[in-house]
Design a protein around this ligand. Structure first.
Ligand code: 3PG
Ligand code: CO
Length: 555
């Protein structure tokens, strides 16, 4: 068992209120017209950046610095908040699945052997995001699962695809479908009955998160399980091309469709005796479907028909709920997070965001763990997000409400740490709407101001950072950094995250005057923040944590 007592910091005092502010999707990039943070009025973040150079710096938020397979992988909120909270770098889902496929262990473990029991009589259904974005899933992993399952006895395979356009360019769904269709055609030649059975855009079908809007999951259920959808097509390529041709259509929001045979019957409803794998490795946008597939007393929508299936997730999505109970690859085991240490050392903690990012500052921050460590010392507040809209319609989102609740928490004197996520740069950045993203960045900056003003009033300390880039670059660029054009000559909008570093700024009246960023850490990343925050609370971090970013000098 862990020794939870943190040693005192040699110089830094305890008892200061520390505000940890995470700006979601707020990277640092050169200023131009596609850098919405630069274009927006962001006086507060500008003043932090242009203030004392020893109180502002950049850290890595992508690739190996956050446990992703390679430095070509952009950062994302899951791995970013895991690193921020855990203070160490853990091999993340993408990497763990790669390793299990490379070693072949995935085929030997319990999860696959469990679903394999259905291969004789039942169909294998694979549900997930068809994309090479590497944030929730990866196309090459899906290809290997299809191939590996067919080699191990799956005779009938049905894919239920969700189109992306959020972690990858809009329109890229077509290419991904062509790729997987080639594989499926090859399998059919070998006598395996393999085809796509249904689909829809990830933001409209299945991949809601934190229970913001169950109707999204229901639309998916109807298509995937019941085989019912408003749109019917003979094949997925035709479906996506036709639905994309509608005005304002995009990959993220395609309506649900099912593939039907000549007689108009859907080719792949999920029925008794089938096996189901949800192939996303990332949890947040799969957990709702997992509940619908696995919980007998599920009541969030009428499932109409509940097939008796053997179900496994690519990973286990919730370690507390043990959901799903069967999975192909074990998730990273993230223990002894900074949140747990601090609470156990008496730091009273307040965490807040709006629904779409609430689990980020709680579940992900706490090492993929739901709930409180100690209810008497923690309060987690979720501000309900707008649902049923795309966030460019309300780019200010709930930034003001989050800031007000946080200000009140700071002024109440009831908390030693307030920790918040401001989603605007990310959620609006994902829409690809540049004008709205500028409004979003301004709103986030105003929220930071309200929090820093409260910190000022109570003589506290702030640490402002971000989980990964997004709003600072809204255009796809060539190697030379110039915007790329599509066939029609318009710029290619980048809806996804970026590879950019993110800022860390510290300050506030409670900050010991000798504190400054160290210059001896060459390439720090988000995982270095946890030890830093522990120091600001007057503690030393555990020895196995990534080193602190700060030092204290006499002055
Ligand atoms: C999403 O799930 O919205 C995107 O794929 C990734 O965004 P996030 O990592 O910022 O949540
Ligand atoms: Co994002």
């Amino acid at each position: 068992t862990a020794n939870w007592t943190l040693p005192d910091h040699p110089t830094l005092p305890k008892g200061k209120t520390v505000a940890v502010v995470v700006l979601d999707g707020w990277g640092e990039a050169s200023p131009d017209q596609y850098n919405c943070i630069h274009v927006a009025q962001t006086p507060v973040m500008d003043s932090l950046k242009n203030g004392a150079p020893e109180k502002w710096r950049l850290v890595k938020a992508h690739g190996t610095a956050v446990g992703l397979p390679s430095d070509d992988d952009m950062g994302n909120s899951e791995v970013g908040h895991n690193a921020l909270g855990a203070g160490r770098i853990f091999a993340q889902g993408a990497k763990l699945v790669d390793a299990a496929l490379a070693s072949g262990k995935i085929w030997e473990d319990e999860g696959f052997n469990y679903i394999k029991e259905s291969f004789d009589k039942g169909t294998l259904h694979l549900i997930g995001l068809l994309s090479d974005g590497g944030v929730h899933s990866r196309l090459d992993q899906v290809q290997l699962i299809v191939k590996g399952a067919s080699e191990r006895g799956a005779k009938r395979i049905r894919l239920h695809i969700l189109t992306d356009g959020r972690d990858v360019l809009d329109g890229s769904s077509v290419g991904f479908i062509e790729t997987i269709e080639k594989d499926l055609a090859q399998l059919r030649e070998q006598g395996v009955d393999a085809r796509i059975a249904s689909g829809g855009g990830r933001m409209y079908v299945t991949m809601d998160r934190y229970e913001n809007d169950w109707s999204v999951v229901k639309r998916g259920w109807d298509a995937q399980v019941l085989g019912e959808a408003p749109h019917k097509f003979q094949n997925a390529l035709e479906a996506v091309k036709t639905l994309r041709a509608e005005p304002k259509a995009n990959d993220q929001y395609l309506p649900p469709f099912v593939i039907v045979d000549e007689s108009g019957k859907s080719v792949g409803p999920i029925v008794d005796g089938d096996a189901v794998v949800t192939f996303n490795f990332r949890a947040d946008r799969m957990v709702m479907l997992a509940k619908a597939l696995e919980f007998p007393d599920f009541d969030k929508f009428d499932r109409v028909r509940v097939p008796k299936i053997k179900y496994a997730g690519m990973l286990q999505y919730d370690g507390e709920l043990k959901l799903p109970s069967k999975y192909l690859v074990s998730p990273p085991l993230i223990e002894r997070t900074s949140g747990e240490y601090l609470v156990k050392n008496g730091v009273r903690t307040f965490a807040c965001s709006e629904t779409v990012k609430f689990g980020h500052v709680t579940f992900f921050w706490n090492g993929n763990r739901s709930g409180y460590f100690d209810e008497t010392r923690e309060e987690y507040v979720e501000i309900p997000s707008d649902s049923g809209i795309t966030f460019n319609e309300q780019p200010k989102m709930k930034a003001l409400e989050i800031a007000e609740r946080t200000r009140d928490a700071i002024l109440s004197g009831k908390f030693d740490q307030v920790r918040i996520n401001l989603p605007n740069g990310d959620m609006v950045g994902h829409t690809g709407d540049i004008e709205a993203t500028v409004v979003a960045c301004k709103a986030a900056d105003e929220a930071v101001k309200m929090v820093l003003d409260a910190v000022e009033q109570v003589g506290g300390i702030y640490l402002v950072t971000a989980d990964h880039g997004n709003a600072e670059d809204m255009v796809k660029r060539n190697k030379a950094g110039q915007p790329m054009l599509d066939k029609s000559g318009s710029i290619q909008i980048l809806t996804s995250h970026t590879l950019q570093p993110v800022p860390v700024a510290i300050g506030g009246p409670g900050l010991h005057p000798g504190v400054r960023f160290r210059s001896d850490i060459q390439t720090p990343g988000l995982a270095n923040v946890a030890a830093t925050v522990m120091n600001l609370h007057g503690f030393q971090a555990p020895a196995d944590y990534e080193t602190t970013l700060i030092e204290v000098v006499d002055n």
